[in-house]
Write a protein that binds this ligand. Structure first.
Ligand code: MUC
Ligand code: MG
Length: 387
């Protein structure tokens, strides 16, 4: 039985500016959910999004307010006895809010795994791998800096797959940037993420040039609203086209898979609406012959561990993962950081998420962020100010 649910906003600066087509990130706000039960268990979950409301329709603040105002009272009143029943209840009474649902489900599965003495991966059907290869995103905005960063990552045996964020500059500039990096790293996998920035016409040109330049994977080149356009790109080019923003809940992933709108799905636990939903999307992709990629919403270590448990269960993960979120942050919220080595991440094996959260540090960070937010009212909500 759930005793308490705390939702904490934990902003952590990034190690450098992270430039996407839709925003420039200098910090990431982790929305952390801490659930404690009557019988003494505790679980942690996390939701993140990118650039406030730039990337998706949930922001850190909307996630916190909706959990505190709608999710928590419902869960405390109805007292569901399992994670599955809790999620059924939430899905019945709360529409949308996939990121918030993901954070709650993660914390509940963490508790369920600890109670049963098994890792979350085993609650999700069972892992088939213990290590995940992790790509690094080059997004400093500067070609020379990106090349130096990539070479350092290779030398340190941290990453050997590189994803470039493009779409904020004129297309010819972006292509020149990508091709210069690929030429500097000829034997390594280089992929691009356009984050929906191109029109279909621009994409016809861009994809052609990137394919000719040896780029291995092109992620969400056009608007998520142009499903037919994505399918046309997939059919017109040999280079793998990956769907990202367009892959949302399992229902919508079902249609994408049935219509074979992309070669690869980037699956993200937040975007899917939770861990079980992300597993379901993976299964549908596999049944439709679509390859899988373990995506990130730039989660910190809690969401990254949860994602790792999910991706460890996929029978095939042809395009590997990009679970580098914690490495982009200047501080950790775990007692011991996640185990990144030899170009990958080791999936934790201890019960639940298999991580030890630094509760004191998190509560300290969350308090500091509340104190520094000038428009916060007594409940910790952002109040509307009169102009
Ligand atoms: C996205 O669109 O894939 C993943 C890596 C990164 O830098 O941004 C995210 C979001
Ligand atoms: Mg993407």
């Amino acid at each position: 039985m759930i005793r308490s649910i705390n939702t904490l906003l934990v902003p952590i600066p990034t190690i450098r500016e992270h430039k996407l087509a839709c925003t420039v990130m200098r910090e990431q706000t982790l929305v952390l959910v801490h659930i404690q039960t009557e019988d003494g268990y505790e679980g942690w979950g996390e939701a993140t999004t990118i650039g406030g409301l730039n990337y998706a329709e949930e922001s850190p603040h909307s996630i916190k307010i909706n959990i505190d105002t709608y999710f928590t009272p419902l869960l405390l009143k109805e007292s569901p006895t399992t994670t599955a029943k809790a999620m059924q209840l939430l899905n019945k009474h709360i529409s949308g809010n996939r990121f918030a649902k993901c954070a709650i489900e993660t914390a509940l599965l963490d508790i369920e795994g600890k109670r049963l003495g098994i890792p979350v991966s085993e609650l999700l059907g069972g892992r088939v791998r213990d290590e995940l290869e992790v790509a690094w995103t080059l997004a400093s905005g500067n070609t020379e800096k990106d090349i130096a960063e990539a070479k350092q990552m290779i030398e340190q045996k941290k990453h050997r797959i590189f994803k470039l964020k493009i779409g904020s500059n004129p297309i010819d500039e972006d292509i020149a940037h990508v091709l210069a990096i690929k030429q500097a790293l000829p034997e390594y996998r280089v992929t691009v993420d356009v984050n929906q920035a191109w029109t279909e016409l621009e994409a016809m040109k861009g994809v052609k040039l990137l394919q000719a330049g040896g780029i291995d994977l092109i992620e969400q080149p056009i608007s998520m609203r142009n499903r037919a356009g994505l399918k046309r790109l997939k059919e017109n080019f040999d280079v793998a086209i990956m769907a990202d923003e367009i892959v949302q809940d399992p229902q919508n992933a079902f249609h994408l898979a049935a219509e074979h709108c992309a070669d690869v799905f980037a699956v993200k636990i937040n975007q899917a609406g939770g861990l079980k939903a992300a597993c379901l999307i993976g299964q549908m992709a596999q049944l439709a012959g679509i390859e899988l990629y373990g995506g990130t919403m730039l989660e910190g270590p809690i969401g990254t561990a949860a994602s790792a448990h999910v991706f460890s269960t996929y029978p095939s993960l042809a395009f590997d993962t990009e679970l580098f979120g914690p490495l982009l942050l200047t501080d950790d919220v775990l007692v011991r950081p996640l185990d990144y080595n030899n170009f990958g991440l080791t999936v934790p094996t201890a019960p639940g998420l298999g991580i030890e959260v630094d509760n004191d540090k998190i509560y300290h960070y969350a308090e500091r962020s509340l104190l520094s937010a000038s428009h916060v009212n007594s409940q910790g909500y952002f109040a509307t100010e009169k102009s």
